[in-house]
Design a binder for this molecule. Structure first.
Ligand code: PGA
Length: 253
């Protein structure tokens, strides 16, 4: 079975104004047939820019996504957005369970599970984030933490077109630090084994992204690691030049 087509996904977090549209236009312009032949390209801007960016991206190979969803379809949930609304705004995917939301808003695996089902209900792919803290890595529990997060966050019925896993060690996010290649290879291989054990052959086609201080200078090495099927990129996804440089570092498979 061939390896999954890599995905290069940008997570803009709480960054970006309408004035940022030039960066996004440059990303679209840089998404050459050669580049998109190697990797799918997704940008997840703040929701305020979603429709604008979706309109720009229409007819291009670049997709747009959201950074979170509520679990319900509609109703009295002031300030929240449903997966149906995100799809209506042009999103094709949504990030769920990012560590910043798990930490700041106490999002649990059960909530991530419910949000993933909501994403699927609306026809969105779900990018489920998992990853250990520095203390957990130092204590030798990184693998068991990720195992637990996967077991409880990923719903039954996952398929390779609507489930993406992003392994993001929390201590590597925004810090400039990254795990060793050996540590990344071990964790991604283990996640692959768990996905295959649970979903059979479908698990082989699911993309496992690496996230955490991925940048042009380390992308070539990290994206070449077995079972690293692309990346989830925060800071370096805000500048078209950096984001495209990372995408260009995806090895031809
Ligand atoms: P970073 O963020 O690339 O800025 O480390 C990654 C993420 O949080 O998804």
């Amino acid at each position: 079975m061939p390896t999954p087509k890599p995905l290069i996904a940008g997570n803009w977090k709480m960054n970006g104004l309408r004035a940022s549209k030039g960066e996004f236009e440059a990303m679209i312009a840089g998404a050459t047939p050669e580049l998109v032949g190697r990797a799918d390209i997704l940008v997840c801007p703040p929701v305020t820019l979603l429709t604008l960016f979706a309109d720009f991206a229409a007819g291009s190979p670049v997709s747009v996504g959201a950074q979170d969803t509520h679990t319900e379809t509609f109703g009295a949930y002031t300030g929240f957005l449903s997966a149906e609304m995100l799809a209506d705004a042009g999103a094709s995917a949504v990030i769920v369970g990012h560590s910043e939301r798990r930490a700041i808003l106490d999002e649990t695996d059960a909530m991530v599970h419910a949000k993933t089902l909501a994403a699927w209900r609306a026809g969105l792919a779900a990018i489920i984030c998992v990853g250990e803290t520095r203390a957990e890595r130092d204590a030798g529990t990184a693998v068991s933490v990720v195992e637990r997060q996967l077991a409880h966050s990923v719903p039954d019925g996952a398929t390779d077109d609507r489930l993406v896993i992003a392994y993001e060690p929390i201590w590597a996010i925004g810090t400039g630090l990254t795990p060793t290649s050996a540590d990344i290879e071990y964790m991604h291989g283990h996640i692959r084994d768990l996905l295959v054990a649970r979903f059979g052959v479908e698990g082989r086609g699911m993309r496992i992204l690496y996230g955490g201080s991925l940048k042009p200078s380390n992308a070539k090495e990290i994206l070449a690691i077995p079972n690293v099927d692309g990346g989830l990129i925060g800071g370096a996804s805000l500048k078209a030049a950096d984001f495209l440089a990372i995408a260009s570092a995806v090895p031809a498979r």
